[in-house]
Design a protein around this ligand. Structure first.
Ligand SMILES: C[S@@+](CC[C@H](N)C(=O)[O-])C[C@H]1O[C@@H](n2cnc3c(N)ncnc32)[C@H](O)[C@@H]1O
Length: 216
């Protein structure tokens, strides 16, 4: 099982929607264009969707508005409760990226926003291998998360955060498992996906990974 961040997210659940709206100056740029990022993930998703780390249900709500059937997975009870208040009739179960009740139907899309960095790179590799098995043959993964083009870019952003006295952001970037595009590209390709990366703001990249067919 991945590292447990539940205390942090239970506490944050009450004010999370204000943070994504830009009230926290340290995280303003991380959440810049938040609605557009979620819209783009929703637009690129298809069919029956499994969503990891649903949080307060903002992406889930967009999926529902677009008419999709959703199976949500979220480890924090506080976050699950906020999401259930917002979207009462949606299935949201307790679980994380690696340990979760497998849905009865094979998903067409596995989606997630602002959450995959909670796994170490080794755990990310295990998760993508697992998703390759449980997805439909022509299934896809659509993630948006903070990623860096390389380690030097990551260090430069951490130094800038420290210069701005954004100490919570700097600690977050140093202690969670933010990775680089080459690492993620390798993980997806080794597991039979063809992946594209599109930058959405200074921090967040959209990853769109399609399963390659046998003869490709
Ligand atoms: C920054 S919030 C993002 C919430 C929502 N997806 C959004 O875009 O607003 C990160 C979410 O990931 C969840 N999370 C933390 N560790 C996780 C893990 N190992 N597996 C799945 N979700 C996790 C947290 O509980 C939290 O709800």
């Amino acid at each position: 099982m991945a590292k447990n961040f539940n205390d942090l997210f239970d506490a944050w659940s009450e004010t999370y929607d204000q943070t994504v709206g830009g009230t926290d100056v340290e995280y303003k740029e991380v959440f810049a264009c938040y609605e557009q990022i979620l819209d783009e993930v929703a637009k690129r998703s298809k069919g029956y969707i499994v969503e990891f780390g649903v949080g307060t249900g903002n992406l889930t709500e967009k999926f529902i508005k677009n008419g999709f059937e959703i199976y949500g997975i979220e480890p924090s009870e506080g976050m699950r409760n906020r999401a259930k208040e917002k979207i009462p009739n949606v299935t949201i179960v307790e679980g994380d990226f690696l340990t979760f009740p497998i849905p009865e139907k094979k998903p067409d899309t596995i989606a997630s926003t602002y959450a995959f960095h909670h796994l170490t790179d080794e755990e990310k590799r295990k998760a993508v291998a697992l998703y390759s098995e449980i997805l439909n043959e022509s299934g896809k993964i659509v993630f948006a998360d903070t990623v860096f083009i390389n380690e030097a870019a990551k260090q430069a952003i951490i130094e800038e955060a420290l210069r701005n006295n954004y100490n919570r952001l700097a600690v977050d970037l140093q202690t969670e498992y933010y990775t680089t595009i080459p690492v993620l590209k390798k993980i997806f390709e080794e597991n039979g996906f063809q992946v594209t990366f599109n930058q959405m703001n200074t921090f967040v990249w959209l990853m769109d990974a399609e399963k390659r067919r046998e003869n490709e």
